[in-house]
Design a protein around this ligand. Sequence first.
Ligand SMILES: NC(=O)c1ccc[n+]([C@@H]2O[C@H](COP(=O)([O-])OP(=O)(O)OC[C@H]3O[C@@H](n4cnc5c(N)ncnc54)[C@H](O)[C@@H]3O)[C@@H](O)[C@H]2O)c1
Ligand SMILES: O=C(O)C(=O)C[C@]1(C(=O)O)C=C[C@H](O)C=C1
Length: 745
Amino acid sequence: MSLDVVSQEIEFQDKKQFGNVMIIGLGMIGGSFAKALKDKGLATLYGADRREGELALGVSTGVIDFPAQLTEEYVSKMDVIILATPVRAMESVLLQIKPFLLGTTLITDVGSTKGSVVESARRAFGNVPENFIPSHPIAGAEKSGVLASNSLLFEKHMAIVTPLPDSNPILLDRLHRIWRSVGADVVSMDVEHHDHVLASSSHLPHLLAYTLVDALANGERSQDVFKFAAGGFRDFTRIASSDPVMWRDVFMANKDATLATLDHFTDRLADMRVAIEQGDGASMFGVFTRAKSARDHFLRVLEQRTIGSTKEVRPVSLSVLPASALKGSISLLGDKSLSHKAITIASLSAGVSELKNIDLSGDVRITMQAFRDMGVVIEEMAVDHLRIHGVGLKGLKAPIAPINVHASRESLYLLLPVLAGQSFVTSVVAEGVLLNQSLSDLFSLVRQMGCTVTSEVKDCLPTVLSPGVCAKISISLKSGSERLRAAAFLATLYSPDNSDVTPLVLGLSHCEVLLRRFGMAIIEKGAGFEITPSVPVGADIVLSGDEHETAWLVLLASLLPGSELIIENAGLDSVSFDFLSFLQSIGADVSMPKAGLAGLYEGALRVGFSELKAFSLSSEQSYQFREELPLLCVVAAYANGDSHIKGIKNLPYYYEDRILALVDALKQMKIVSIYRNGELIIKGGLPQGGELDCAGDDRLALAMIALGARSKAVTKVNDCQKLLEEFSELESVAMQLGFHCLVAQ
Ligand SMILES: NC(=O)c1ccc[n+]([C@@H]2O[C@H](COP(=O)([O-])OP(=O)(O)OC[C@H]3O[C@@H](n4cnc5c(N)ncnc54)[C@H](O)[C@@H]3O)[C@@H](O)[C@H]2O)c1
Ligand SMILES: O=C(O)C(=O)C[C@]1(C(=O)O)C=C[C@H](O)C=C1
């Protein structure tokens, strides 16, 4: 096509969203950008390249609409100009287009370095013009040339923009829009930070790959080295096939930052050399497990970004068929909150811990990742077995990135006092429900540890923790929150002197029991506990099951005639022990394990069918058994006579809401109940079956399933996704014990 024809066509083009866009350097990246815009019909594409062959290919393969030259005729008619040459060619390109440029044209680039490009613009123009705004897509390949272009290259990848103080805001907005239009997620960064980050994440790996291949190719036995190299070599060295001109330019342009990261890496490599020389397997193992975990984490983050973070939640219902019995022996997977706590204490212990029957599903991995990020070596020996090489109370290393607790409240409450006890500053970030929510109880606890807590929004995440000098800890808890109680006990680990915690209700809960198992001296004293400072010692622990699941299974077996159930590792703390004792007092046939070492209940729990009697609960008992009140309503629904539950109004509102939802369910099942002045009276009978909605509440779901267990007809419980998340083994436990509870979808 002659250039004359092209110039006529410039006049006649309809304006598209981004108007006329010129790519200078029509190679792999420039071509991909052009193709993406052209395929979407967002611009008229012009290409310029010092190699005419690339331009001809660009037109014939439909990557661009027209070839162009860096003359007034073209340059002055462009709405957007994109520099996509190697970075050191950009200055001469800018000098060529400078005389014809309009101030309204957005000029950007795709170069892998940013400081050098800004310098080139400064040299070419005297200062960086307001319409020149650098950018950099974090996407690419080891291929070059326009034939390697791919219109989907930037989809779900990041594009970094590095605006300068004088950048024109309207053109900056256009730059964001144009990157978004080709599928990129746009991130802003300052130039210097960009060059340091990319030196580590992109430039150093390329240097290592090139140098490794070159060293091996020129070393002894090189022919056989290549002959016998397989996947590992190929994966590590893919990027050594990248364009040498581009990469020579990158290292010339980003000298200081690449030298800094190279020095750091060289030091670490030297450490590895020493470890190999001295046969120091422990050091090697530490580096390899930490690196594996960091890479696995990185892959998960990358996967989330590329598949999109919106997880589709499909509603799940469970159907309960009446007339089954629970028979057999079962071993429940370790309790989730116990699993979080065991990982935390084992990481802070001296020596190695073996944690067996641990639940590694859901947010337990968030707690585990945080400790790995701070240097703790955690080996996954089996799906339910961890070996943790504890580093001691203050042996954590500063993480290289903020600690992300995602939406895990459990992880947050355990990690914050631990971070407040270290000697480094940590940023803590979160997602979803944990953002913008006041955490004043937790923050005031870590402040008591001498830690300064800085947040943009008062007492909310994200936050920065700057540890100070920890004084003697003496805490009287004002709420019954189990998480705050665990956080308080962890805080005492950092107290210089004997410390004390006074909970609302005495009796051992998870954290104290575990701390004792790890050798800590926690002694009941008056209305609370006294803790003597010492470092926990690594321990071998088989984690017991969840208390609520245990209580639910006990109730089911009590309700269903013919049941004979043994729970091998029942979850029992002082409250659930009292709860089961209460069931015994109204006729349940339960034989309980004995309290063993450190206050833990050890051994099997046996339960069989029995008719449970109607009962009366005082306000105090309602508070004590607040977590299991829905199960007690089920007991009352099947009992002979009226049961009374007092003091519901005095409970935190969400417990009352649960009871009100259950009152609705009882009504649907034709069980009469009266709720007046905070007291609930349930008249026992035989539930009829029906369709119930647990509103996504896992405790309500368990109670509703139990309500359907001996009812006259099938019971369907809707909205059970959360239950299946929390009690992941529900289906397999039901199947194993012969309980007819199925996912109905
Ligand atoms: N390859 C990647 O993975 C990747 C990723 C992100 C950013 N980048 C950056 O994108 C830019 C282009 O890289 P690429 O991979 O597309 O390279 P490429 O070799 O495929 O394309 C570069 C093109 O620029 C042309 N060119 C060179 N000097 C020129 C000049 N003075 N005038 C006009 N044209 C000239 C070349 O002929 C070639 O067609 C580089 O700055 C690179 O740092 C590359
Ligand atoms: O995937 C590749 O082949 C790349 O090298 C892409 C890569 C990178 O290192 O990640 C290369 C250079 C950049 O500027 C941006 C991306």
